[in-house]
Design a protein around this ligand. Sequence first.
Ligand SMILES: [Zn+2]
Length: 204
Amino acid sequence: MNIKILGCHGSDSLTHEGGQEHCCRSIGFLVNDSLMIDAGTVSSALNLESQKRIRHIVLTHAHIDHLKELPSLADNLISCTTNPITVASIPQVLGDLKAHIFNDVIFPDFFALPDTEHPILRTEVLHEGQESQLGDVRLTPISVNHLVPTVGLIIRDQHVAWVLSGDTHQTEALWHAAAQVPNLKAAFIETSLPDEMSDLALAS
Ligand SMILES: [Zn+2]
């Protein structure tokens, strides 16, 4: 399995004014060139040909740093693909995405554009604790401890597995589930704030 980290921060910034190198980018993991886990960084880190290869986007939760380039991706691809891109998550996250982003106020409803028969985006519901096949990998969402409905993910193919915590404070179910997975090779764990900022960590 090939994993590219397009971004792993809660914000975006350039290293040098006027340069192109970033010292941080919002969350986005590209798996096997065709599946994104979170979409905080997707369009700005990939050229159009690479964006066209994305067929599935899995969202851990609805915070903006995890989804803010999904509107850009839809806008970039609407004229160059006829197959909808699947946006998969638990029901609460998909509901928030439609209510607060693709609501024809903040951004057009790309789940119904260019027309309802052939939208650029379609949803797929993931169920907590149940494994789903998306492209060439299988994912199991496990609820974690965050301010909004959020899942960590166990991702596997026939050879290897890895676990992504998503945004979480102390949590247990994800680690118990991951411990049962054969061939678990890596754990990507959120570490947004250092111990000396634990008050902010608890508040946020
Ligand atoms: Zn969050």
